[in-house]
Design a protein around this ligand. Structure first.
Ligand code: NAG
Ligand code: NAG
Ligand code: NAG
Ligand code: NAG
Ligand code: NAG
Ligand code: NAG
Ligand code: NAG
Ligand code: NAG
Length: 545
């Protein structure tokens, strides 16, 4: 008996977490475009012309060997590009290096590696206590590389999975008017084809029960074969909502849908059929608040979007993915070179209710614009760990982990907007105990003040800015207020030193020097990370030249 039980256990693949929403809430996700993140040492550092839209050589094995880089920034989950075999060869829009053009659901994309390589990546992540999130596409197939007409069965017969014309909706593109709120046609959004006249994407008929059964069986096998912990679901709004619950339960793990839409109520619908969505409504608002240029963006619009989403989303905003860059959107630095705006924006996903997601390369200051320019190879950066943005992200990840461990229901307590007297249209104060973030889009030339109610912090507490590891001295404002000041338009992410002191000595600690730096009389010795502060100042000065 004993022996056979042990033998059975030995057959269980690497630890399967079958992670659900609650498991994911506390995670911090690093998103990679597999082809662009890392090449194997044998492959060298090939040049990668993003404009050419071709494979550049990144693999799962190379990613497995770079997990230290990701984990040391404080991430504990990695989202990778779709893994299945895509259409091969050149189309009018280049090759399928991004992975979003399926051909064979039951084979892996050999450009990224073998079955063993992907299993090894999964195991390597799990060995570190990290999660694997895999991107999946079930709405459409890749373009047919030899025809754009789709006039007969013949045009579908070469697809490895779904070679029958009956597996597809009739060839007809989603009408642009169907996206327009005044003339919207959701059926058309779901049943029409994506792509364009030079590269149409055959739209799977997810009303067809045979197609549905195939997809549900497939996802179950995929999750189990590779011990996947979560799925990012591409183009979720292009499939009928009632397709998702069965698919989700077949998958058996956390699902986060891409619903590329700015309307909170529209997106909220998908939080009822999937575990989570990428929070696009908040993304649009935050992105434009911080990239429109110094003092230009509408920072107060953030409060209305967030408040609406906290009410409308099924599990509140704490279930959603909070991001500012991804493979479909222009990078922050492509819109503004003002680093104070970038650093303020980057703080957002970590103090928002949702699960932070950072797109690879943001930590190295990559600045590509629209697709395909935003999918740069990372290897030319040499994975430097000295970049100020990387340090910024590391501090923010540590601060969020500290906030979670401080047991103040950080994850599920909705963030609140702190009313500021002497309101200034360039500032935002948000409270997410034990953190408070003071953000501004005034720009790097500004000295900024926030006037917040005194009760926000306990009288006797010392307040530390975790981004610089310096005690922040507030002055008393009129009435019962505290006035915080920041120079060069820098954000402040504040926590009391009492919370900082709860860190265990064996943890990787945030601002380890700080408790020594503040003497018991309450006077401050500047300590912490002077290097970081200097480096940021230098960058800002350079950017202004
Ligand atoms: C996968 O990992 C195992 C154990 O760490 C190792 O022996 C094997 O060579 C790896 N396979 C590949 C293809 O790298
Ligand atoms: C693309 O269309 C051509 C011509 O109709 C056909 O021969 C080929 O099999 C199709 N390819 C795929 C992947 O279906
Ligand atoms: C909506 O789109 C569907 C599918 O394209 C189409 O059959 C239907 O006629 C459209 N409805 C309206 C009101 O235009
Ligand atoms: C999972 O593995 C089984 C057994 O090797 C295989 O039959 C199945 O096709 C695989 N499924 C996927 C989605 O890779
Ligand atoms: C949400 O979905 C329901 C159908 O499930 C639909 O009637 C409603 O219009 C949708 N809401 C929005 C804002 O799209
Ligand atoms: C900013 O956004 C809010 C909420 O959407 C809106 O009410 C306000 O008019 C906007 N302000 C400006 C200056 O556009
Ligand atoms: C808001 O504060 C910034 C920085 O202190 C300042 O440059 C700007 O003029 C202020 N704007 C208003 C409307 O008070
Ligand atoms: C506190 O302040 C007093 C007077 O300024 C000074 O003598 C003492 O050394 C300070 N305590 C510490 C721990 O620095």
């Amino acid at each position: 008996m004993h022996i056979s039980l042990l033998a059975l256990l030995a057959l269980v693949p690497s630890l399967i977490y079958a992670a659900n929403l609650d498991d994911w809430r506390s995670r911090s996700i690093y998103q990679v475009v597999t082809d662009r993140f890392a090449t194997e040492s044998s492959g060298g550092k090939p040049p990668c012309d993003t404009g050419a839209r071709k494979y550049c050589g990144g693999t799962w094995k190379a990613l497995s060997e770079r997990l230290d880089y990701i984990q040391r920034m404080g991430f504990d989950a990695v989202w990778i590009s779709p893994v299945i075999s895509n259409v091969e060869g050149e189309t009018a829009h280049g090759e399928a290096y991004h992975g979003y053009w399926p051909n064979d659901f039951y084979a892996l994309n050999s450009h990224f590696g073998s079955v063993e390589d992907l299993k090894n990546l999964s195991r390597a992540l799990h060995d570190r206590g990290m999660y694997l999130m895999v991107d999946i596409v079930v709405n459409h197939m890749g373009p047919n590389t030899t025809t754009t007409s789709f006039s007969s069965q013949d045009s579908f017969s070469g697809y490895k999975t779904f070679p029958q014309e009956s597996s597809y909706h009739p060839f007809h593109f989603v009408s642009p008017a169907s996206y327009d709120p005044t003339t919207s046609n959701q059926t058309d959004v779901e049943q029409g084809w994506l792509g364009d006249s030079v590269a149409p994407l055959p739209d799977l008929n997810t009303e067809n029960t045979e197609v549905v059964r195939t997809l549900n069986d497939w996802v179950k096998g995929l999750v189990s074969n590779y011990s996947i912990d979560g799925l990012r679901v591409d183009t979720a709004k292009h499939i009928r909502q009632d397709f998702w619950p069965d698919f989700k339960s077949a998958a058996g793990v956390f699902t986060i849908g891409e619903v590329l839409h700015g309307d909170v109520d529209y997106v909220a619908n998908y939080t009822r059929v999937l575990d989570s969505v990428l929070d696009y409504p908040t993304y649009f608002t935050v992105y434009s608040a911080f990239t429109a240029g110094p003092g230009q963006g509408n920072i107060s619009a953030i409060e209305s979007t967030v408040t609406a989403s906290q009410k409308a989303y099924q599990h509140g905003a704490s279930s959603v993915g909070s991001f500012l860059e991804n493979q479909d959107q222009p990078r922050l630095l492509s819109k503004t070179k003002d680093l104070s705006l970038i650093l303020n924006a980057m703080a957002w996903p970590f103090i928002h209710d949702g699960i932070p997601i950072i797109y690879y390369g943001q930590e190295q200051g990559l600045s590509g614009g629209e697709d395909p320019d935003n999918r740069e190879a990372l290897w030319p950066t040499e994975y430097s760990t000295e970049s100020p943005m990387l340090r910024h992200i590391t501090s923010l990840n540590l601060a969020r982990k500290l906030a979670i461990s401080a047991k103040m229901n950080f994850l599920t307590n909705p963030m609140t907007f702190v009313p500021q007297s002497e309101h200034n249209s360039t500032t935002l104060a948000v409270s997410k105990p034990p953190l408070m973030a003071l953000l501004t889009n005034a720009g790097s030339a500004a000295t900024v003040t926030w006037t917040v109610p005194k009760k926000t912090f306990d009288n006797k507490e010392r307040i530390v800015d975790v981004l610089t590891c310096r005690e922040t001295v507030a002055r008393k404002g009129s009435g019962d207020t505290l006035v915080f000041t920041s120079t060069m338009g820098m954000p402040l992410v504040l926590v009391s030193s009492a919370v900082l002191d709860t860190q265990k000595s064996d943890d990787r600690r945030l601002c380890p020097e700080i408790s020594n730096a503040i003497d018991t009389n309450g006077s401050v010795q500047i300590s912490g990370s002077p290097f970081l502060y200097l480096a940021l100042s230098m960058l800002i000065i350079l950017a202004q030249i």
